[in-house]
Design a protein around this ligand. Sequence first.
Ligand SMILES: *[C@@H]1O[C@H](CO)[C@@H](O)[C@H](O)[C@H]1NC(C)=O
Length: 227
Amino acid sequence: MDFKMEFFVLVMLPACAAGLQDLSGKMFIFPQQTNKAHVRLTASKQDFSSVTVCHRSFADLTREHALFSLSTSSISNDFMIQWDDKNKEIEPHIRDQKVEYGGQDFKLNMWHSVCTTWDSSSGLVQVWIDGQPSVRKYIISGSSISGSTIIILGQEQDSHGGGFDINQSFVGMMSDVHMWDYVLSSCEIQKYVDELNFTPGNVLNWKALDFQIVDRVLIEEKQSSCH
Ligand SMILES: *[C@@H]1O[C@H](CO)[C@@H](O)[C@H](O)[C@H]1NC(C)=O
């Protein structure tokens, strides 16, 4: 490495490592089917006895694909949200357990917001698709998500930080990812859905996101209609 290159790396690294970016009005684009491209998100805390995760996505995939994948060293599907297009089901996986929500109006080629809540004391999970609440179902209670977490968009983790399957990869656009360490009220969820002022995630905050892009994932402005 010559001096110039070294200087460049030294100067550039701290700027990247600082990491917190305001992605308001922006989206990640996952432009091709691959088992490599992903975004790794760094959470501001660990150990969760309650969780809410919200995100928006746009895809035309007719196969199953992961929308959000959180693993810990002991459980690869510690909090994972998957859309199974074949069975038209949204499937939250929490602490390696899974429930299915069928009959969803989750059309291809449009933006959808998905919010998933879970509380370890009741063990109940619920998904809100475009603001429509699902049945509250029992998934697992009595233990919290703990230990070092790895959160990935674009791929589904079959091991801690890896084990990606091209046939579960996400191809499309994703935006407005937030995570809280509590169950949001239905009123707060409605504000998120309607893009009004809501309390940003205290674990992951799209307006101050700590993340790292691996392989081909692009950040672009969200396209809105002209006014
Ligand atoms: C992915 O799916 C395609 C089509 O069903 C199949 O041919 C291929 O073997 C699968 N790849 C992996 C890695 O599972």
